[in-house]
Design a protein. Structure first.
Length: 435
C-alpha cells in the first residue's frame, strides 16, 4: 500500500468515527438517582377519566422547571399499562442482585392501609367504626387489591399485607378510647391537663409516619391510606377548662381573702391572655405534627383519605354541659386537621357526612383510574428539601388532580432500596410486626 493510499484509509476511518459519534444521542447526566413518582388523575369536562394520554401530553414541573419524564404508567379499570419504563438508576458501590419481577407479572392491584386511630375515637362511637368499615368489601376492595390494618391504641390490631378479605374481621377488635369533653374539662384541674392528650396524638402520628415510610419502596401501584379518626384539637374547650380550674381553686380556698378583679377588657384578662398564648402554641404544635406526616406521605406518593365515622355532627350531648359555640369550634378544628391531611396528599376528607357508601365509591373511582408519572429531579441542591410540583396536560378542558409538592428525605434517613437490590415484598405489612 502506498503512503497516499494509507492516508486516505486513515482519513476515511476518522470520518466514519466522527459520523458515528454525531449519530449517537448526547449522554444524559441526572442530578438525582431517586425516581420521583406522583399519581395523576385526568378527567374531562363531564368528570370522565381520560385514558388515551401519552408521554407527549404530559409536562411535569418541579419548582417551575420542566422535568424530563422518565416513566409513565396508566392504570385503567384495575389494569396496568406500562407506556414508559424508567431507565435503571445510577448506583454507587456494589449492589447485590435481588429478586426481580417481570413488568407483566407484577400485581396490578392497589395497596390499602387501614389505620384505626382508636386513641381518638370515643368508646360510644366504637359501633360506628364497625358499621362504616363493613362497607369496604362491597364498595372499595376488589380482586388484586392488598390491604394491611394497623391501630394506634390498645386495640393492638396488626394485619400483614394480604388480599384475604377474612382478615378484615380484625377490625372487630377496634375499641375507641378517646377522652370525652367532660373528662378533658375535669382534667383541667391537674398541672398538665392536656399532656396525655397530646402524647396520644404524638403516638398516632408517629405510628402513621412509620407505616407510610414502609410504603416508600413500592412503586407503580396506587397507595391509599384510609385514616379513620375523629381528628385533633390540641386546645379543646379552653373557656370551660379555665372556668373549671378557677372553680377548683375556689373550692380549696385558694382565693380566700383575695378580691378578684373584674375585667372589662378581654385583652386585660390574665386568664384570657394566657389562654390565647396557649392556643397559638398548641395550634403550631399540631400543624408541625401534621406537616411531618404530610411530608412522609408525599415522599412515598401515598394519598390520605381521612374518615370520621361520627358522620354528620350537630349539637353536643346534654351531659357534656358545653356551649354550642364551644362545641362547634372543637369540631371545626378536628375536621380541619383531617381535611389538611387529605387535601395536601391528594386525597379527600370524608367528614361531617353520613353518606359513607357514596364516599367509598368516590374513593374507588379516584384510585382505580390514574396515571403514575416518574422523573429524576434536575435540581442537585439537596438543601432545597421541599419541591413544588405541577402537572399540565395538553388536552383542552382537562381537569388535572395531583399532589402539589414533595420533600427530600433528611440526609441521615435510609433511602429506599433500588429496584434490583432485594426489594421488600408487598406481603409484609408496613410498619407492623409479623403475627
Amino acid at each position: 500500500m502506498s503512503l497516499r493510499t494509507g492516508w486516505k484509509a486513515a482519513l476515511a476511518v476518522a470520518l466514519l468515527a466522527v459520523g458515528a459519534a454525531e449519530a449517537q444521542p448526547p449522554p444524559v447526566f441526572r442530578s438525582g438517582v431517586t425516581l420521583v413518582t406522583t399519581d395523576v388523575i385526568v378527567r374531562d369536562g363531564d368528570g370522565q377519566f381520560i385514558p388515551d394520554l401519552t408521554r407527549g401530553d404530559f409536562t411535569i414541573y418541579e419548582d417551575g422547571v420542566p422535568q424530563r419524564l422518565a416513566s409513565l404508567v396508566l392504570v385503567h379499570g384495575g389494569r396496568v399499562f406500562n407506556q414508559l419504563l424508567p431507565p435503571p438508576p445510577v448506583q454507587e458501590g456494589i449492589i447485590l442482585p435481588g429478586r426481580t419481577m417481570q413488568p407483566g407479572l407484577a400485581t396490578p392491584g392497589r395497596i390499602f392501609v387501614i389505620f384505626i386511630d382508636d386513641l381518638h375515637i370515643r368508646p360510644p362511637d366504637t359501633p360506628l367504626i364497625h358499621r362504616v368499615m363493613d362497607l369496604l368489601p362491597e364498595t372499595l376492595l376488589h380482586e388484586g387489591d392488598e390491604f394491611g390494618i394497623i391501630s394506634s391504641g390498645k386495640s393492638a390490631i396488626r394485619v400483614q399485607m394480604t388480599s384475604d378479605r377474612n382478615r378484615l374481621r380484625a377490625i372487630d377488635r377496634a375499641v375507641g378510647e378517646a377522652f370525652d369533653p367532660r373528662q378533658l374539662i375535669e382534667r383541667a384541674t391537674q398541672l398538665s391537663s392536656l399532656g396525655e392528650s397530646r402524647w396520644r396524638a404524638h403516638v398516632a402520628f408517629k405510628t402513621a409516619r412509620e407505616t407510610v415510610r414502609g410504603l416508600e419502596q413500592i412503586r407503580h401501584r396506587r397507595k391509599v391510606f384510609l385514616y379513620v379518626s375523629a381528628g385533633y384539637n390540641f386546645n379543646p374547650f379552653d373557656d370551660s377548662r379555665v372556668n373549671a380550674r378557677i372553680e377548683s381553686m375556689q373550692e380549696v380556698g385558694f382565693f380566700d381573702g383575695v378580691d378578684l378583679p373584674e375585667f372589662d377588657e378581654p385583652a386585660l384578662d390574665q386568664f384570657a391572655t394566657v389562654d390565647a398564648f396557649g392556643e397559638v402554641f398548641s395550634d403550631s404544635e399540631l400543624h408541625n405534627e401534621l406537616l411531618l406526616l404530610i411530608d412522609e406521605a408525599n415522599r412515598a406518593n401515598v394519598s390520605f383519605y381521612t374518615i370520621d365515622v361520627r358522620g354528620l355532627t350537630t349539637i353536643p350531648d346534654l351531659d357534656f354541659d358545653l356551649r354550642t359555640t364551644e362545641w362547634n369550634e372543637h369540631i371545626r378544628k378536628q375536621h380541619s386537621s383531617l381535611r389538611t391531611l387529605a387535601e395536601l396528599t391528594g386525597g379527600i376528607a370524608v367528614v361531617n357526612r353520613n353518606t359513607f357508601r357514596e364516599a367509598f365509591t368516590e374513593i374507588d373511582a379516584q384510585t382505580s383510574d390514574y396515571y403514575v408519572l416518574g422523573f429524576y429531579s434536575s435540581n442537585p441542591d439537596e438543601t432545597r428539601r421541599t419541591r413544588r410540583l405541577r402537572v399540565e396536560v395538553a388536552r383542552e378542558g382537562a381537569e388535572v388532580r395531583s399532589r402539589t409538592h414533595y420533600m427530600l428525605p433528611f440526609p441521615d434517613s435510609t433511602p429506599p432500596s433500588p429496584p434490583g437490590a432485594a426489594p421488600v415484598a408487598p406481603t409484609e405489612a408496613p410498619g407492623s410486626a409479623r403475627r
